[in-house]
Design a protein around this ligand. Structure first.
Ligand SMILES: *Cc1c(COP(=O)(O)O)cnc(C)c1O
Length: 394
């Protein structure tokens, strides 16, 4: 197993790897539900306390899944991790494993639709009091996060308007008030924003996005202290059934090996495309965290090593123009995912954020002319040529 002191890229290739007696080069897929015991005494002991590399049942843990968990903990720089069936199983587990009736949660408002559903519709049914703030306004955080706050929930970089939370400010505020900070870091990716090192207590990823990186499998991962992960989180997840398939965990392990190469290339292309598109007469806005016109540019520069793989453009609130643009694309396909090797484009107002009221969308900056673009691994010249020509011909 790789040493803790090694750098992130080395961890992404070797971290957490365990070889079987065959000495295989690539990580093995242990596609098994259960594990046999040498004796009833051994089974009894394992049910009392499973040690490292001892497993009971794949809903509780599995060797391939454990390799992915250990690798992610090393990449993120936190103590331990637990893999889940999807990003949402991770978000739900992170919240439900720490909250009880009567607790107060403060959350940023600009959230992925399913995260918003859990906070707005699920948690209140169980007596959890959820308050929302404009995540980019530190004074709102300051007034809502109080000593009776149990948890704070954020998306470090929000989807689709790419708001960047001042993580250092919010994490210090949460710590001062003894609140647990849960950060969904999916959009930023583990490559560009180290949420754990920057103060989040619990970091959640939809591994479906950049960690797989090639649009194949669903998966999620929750990373935090050893006490939390092997304590309340494991207890909640292993009994509620959100286990990842060992096959999907293996895909994520292999995805991590190329995470740095892929995301750096995608982010370089995204920045170049944004710089070219900025100021185009048919666009009212180009949103990308590392463009100087971004409202949280200074925060984004301080937190993120690159601006990420996703940007958004606004056709001045005009739905027809954004649909024409999307219909003019050939390489860039219409799909509501991101972080894929294939470039993808989404119209959030009519798809991912359709469920919200017009007012809610307006308050989040999701206009009818907003289009989100996830930049893939195609040659950036091809992407740029297609995007510019599609914008011109609306
Ligand atoms: C996609 C996404 C999720 C959900 O992940 P799944 O793997 O689809 O369940 C959660 N949060 C954010 C920010 C996402 O982008």
């Amino acid at each position: 197993m790789a040493k803790q002191s090694l750098k992130k890229q080395t961890q992404a290739v070797h971290g957490g790897g365990v070889r079987s007696q065959f000495g295989e080069t690539s990580e093995a897929i242990f596609l098994t539900q259960g594990f046999v015991y040498d004796s009833p005494e051994q089974a009894e002991e394992r049910f009392i306390e499973s040690k490292e590399n001892e497993f009971i049942y794949s809903r509780y843990g599995n060797p391939t899944v454990r390799m992915f968990e250990n690798r992610m903990a090393l990449v993120e720089g936190l103590e331990d991790a637990f893999a889940t069936a999807s990003g949402m199983a991770g978000v739900n587990g992170a919240l439900c494993s720490v909250l009880s009736a009567g607790d107060k949660v403060v959350s940023s408002r600009a959230l992925f639709g399913s995260c918003l559903f859990i906070l707005e519709n699920v948690l209140p049914r169980f007596g959890v009091n959820v308050e929302f703030v404009d995540g980019t306004d530190n004074s709102q955080w300051e007034s809502k996060v109080t000593p009776d706050t149990k948890a704070v929930f954020i998306e470090t970089v929000s989807n689709p308007t790419l708001e960047v939370i001042d993580l250092n400010f919010v994490s210090k505020l949460a710590a001062r008030n003894d609140a647990i900070l849960i950060a969904d870091n999916a959009l930023a990716s583990p490559q560009f924003l180290q949420a754990g090192i920057n103060g989040a207590d619990i970091v959640v990823y939809s591994a479906t996005k950049h960690i797989d990186g090639q649009g194949r499998s669903l998966g999620g991962i929750v990373i935090g202290s050893n006490d939390y992960i092997r304590g309340p989180f494991e207890a909640y997840l292993k009994h509620t059934g959100g286990a990842i398939s060992p096959f999907n965990a293996w895909i994520m392990l292999k995805g991590l090996e190329t995470l740095e190469l892929r995301t750096n290339r995608q982010a370089d292309s995204a920045l170049r495309i944004c710089q070219e598109l900025e100021g185009h007469e048919n666009l009212s806005n180009v949103i990308y965290p590392h463009l100087p016109n971004h409202p949280q540019y200074a925060v984004a520069k301080g937190l993120m090593t690159k601006g990420g793989t996703v940007f958004a453009i606004d056709f001045d609130g005009n739905k027809d123009a954004s649909f024409k643009f999307m219909n003019n694309l050939e390489i860039v396909r219409i799909s509501n995912n991101f972080g894929d090797a294939k470039s993808l484009v989404t119209h959030p107002a009519t798809t991912t954020h359709q469920r919200l009221s017009e007012e809610q969308r307006a308050s989040l900056g999701i206009t009818d002319g907003l289009v989100r673009v996830s930049v893939g691994l195609e040659n950036p010249d091809d992407l740029l040529e297609e995007l510019v020509s599609a914008i011109k011909s609306i």
